[in-house]
Design a binder for this molecule. Structure first.
Ligand code: UDP
Ligand code: MG
Length: 313
């Protein structure tokens, strides 16, 4: 029987923790009753340096349900992505299946069963995907959807409208642990793991209580981190821009020379214009070129696994 670990990062979630614990314990009992997961399955709360009573509540839940509720206390606040990673890496050696979910229960706990079913059908990664965003504010919806589109434009493969609600099997977690990069963007990283994947769809709800720990500033940082950790496209844009400006400098040259010979110009203007355009283009091109090498160094430094073998026969 497979042991399930539900990993929940928590930052200042005292208002939702008990509700969350109860909902997830119910999911565990339900799945255990149906014989889909083992009796020693558990919920793993990761306290991400909360300033409120979150950790005390986790300890209390653990005392009440020592087998079902486990906790990890991080030494300080490291942010959602790292907190979740800490939980997944900790769970890796204790479980056969992991499901990551936010503490605020915005993601539908009812589809965890569907995820586990897909796992039993042989999938290693199952993404939870939002159907529509009716509960989000207009602003959140537009920025979030724009974010996924922009990511794919920048060449970062992500699953559209999937946040960090997903199932990963033990071997997917083991492969995930091979990615040791510090600039972590899970939504871009997990698709690199490969294996058989699938999606389950659900409606995203309102937060049960408390407020969002992802203000616009953090969202923008996440987006920038996502792009800069996965794509060297911005550097390529610089190179292209340099090339375009060099081509434009030819046009500028023609225009400047015509003006010069028709005699409508102040002395010195022609040579200035020619140098500005041409040199500007050359400089950008060179910066882009150097950038290409830096991009390569960046990719080398990440030291990602070069491939992941699924099967040998
Ligand atoms: N979270 C965390 N560390 C942080 C910020 C958030 O562990 O520094 C957790 C938070 O407790 C929640 C999840 O990340 O379980 C998602 O945060 P939130 O629900 O506030 O984000 P939103 O759903 O508004 O995007
Ligand atoms: Mg939330």
């Amino acid at each position: 029987m497979d042991r399930l670990a539900i990993v929940v990062p928590c930052y200042n979630e005292e208002e939702v923790l008990e509700i969350c614990s109860e909902a997830l314990r119910e999911v565990l009992s339900d799945l255990q009753g149906k014989g889909k997961i083992s009796e020693d399955s558990f919920v793993l709360f990761v306290n991400d340096g909360s300033k409120d009573k979150t950790w005390e509540l986790i300890e209390k839940e653990h005392e009440k349900y020592p087998d079902k509720i486990k906790g990890v206390k991080l030494a300080g606040n490291v942010g959602h992505q790292f907190a979740l990673t800490a939980g997944l890496i900790t769970a890796k050696d204790m479980c056969d299946i992991s499901v990551s979910i936010d503490a605020d229960l915005q993601d539908d706990v009812a589809v965890i069963e569907e995820m586990v079913d897909k796992y039993h059908e042989g999938k290693d990664i199952v993404y939870g995907v939002r159907k529509k965003r009716t509960t989000d504010t207009f602003f959140k919806r537009v920025t979030a959807e724009g974010f996924y589109k922009f990511m794919s434009f920048m060449g970062v493969k992500t699953v559209y409208n999937h946040a960090d609600f997903r199932l990963m099997s033990k071997r997917a977690l083991e492969q995930f642990a091979e990615y040791k990069e510090t600039n972590l963007f899970l939504r871009g990283l997990v698709p690199l793991i490969g294996y058989e994947t699938d999606c389950v769809y659900y409606d995203r709800k309102e937060r049960v209580a408390g407020e969002s720990k992802y203000p616009l500033k953090k969202m923008l940082a996440l987006a920038f981190n996502g792009i800069s950790s996965f794509s060297v496209k911005p550097i390529t844009f610089i190179t292209t821009l340099g090339l375009i400006i060099i081509i434009m400098s030819v046009l500028a040259a023609v225009y400047a020379l015509i003006s010069y010979f028709t005699g409508h110009v102040t002395e010195g203007w022609t040579s200035l214009i020619l140098s500005i355009w041409f040199l500007g283009g050359v400089q950008l091109l060179c910066i882009g070129l150097i950038g290409q090498y830096i991009g390569k160094i960046y990719i080398e430094v990440k030291n990602r696994p070069r491939y992941n073998i699924e099967k040998v026969i």
